[in-house]
Design a protein around this ligand. Sequence first.
Ligand code: CMX
Ligand code: CO
Length: 142
Amino acid sequence: MILRIDHVGIACHDLEATIALYQKTFGLKVVHREVNEEQGVREAMLHVADGETGGSYIQLLEPLHPDTPVGKFLATRGEGVHHVAYGVSDVAGAMDEIAATGVRLIDKTPRHGSMNSSIAFLHPKDVGGVLTELVQAPPRDS
Ligand code: CMX
Ligand code: CO
């Protein structure tokens, strides 16, 4: 069901400063920027590597407002790793399979993610304290 680690999401207070840190430290390059009002974030995707099933990225996240998932996370835990996202070929199918194991889905239906992907979150309390995202990439020619 799981194809790869698609990205690791990292919460930060200052997106531009954190992009600069990742560029200077690791040489990673920004391949996409987006404001996602629905998720309450301003974000950047930094490319790490390409594999047979698609790319892997670091996703840097800055909250648009304090009262958003990433804003609340920063207030209580500070900057750091926010979530792990797995690439899947069929997000709705993966959601059904995982829900059948008893893990709670935060999203009942897939929603819009970075770079026109379809995403869904699993509840961290049911995944050993790790907020977990499923990502289905768009068709290659879209
Ligand atoms: N990782 C691990 N645990 C987390 C967490 C995270 N990122 N965010 C919250 N939690 C934990 C909290 O520590 C808290 O634990 P305790 O009950 O032990 O204190 C519990 O979950 C509830 O946290 P909360 O601050 O009260 O927050 P909410 O219940 O309001 O929301 C969650 C938590 C996970 C449902 C919410 O953050 C959510 O829906 N997240 C998914 C959407 C998202 O994060 N979008 C931004 C990323 C966008 C992208 O990747 O494109
Ligand atoms: Co993500």
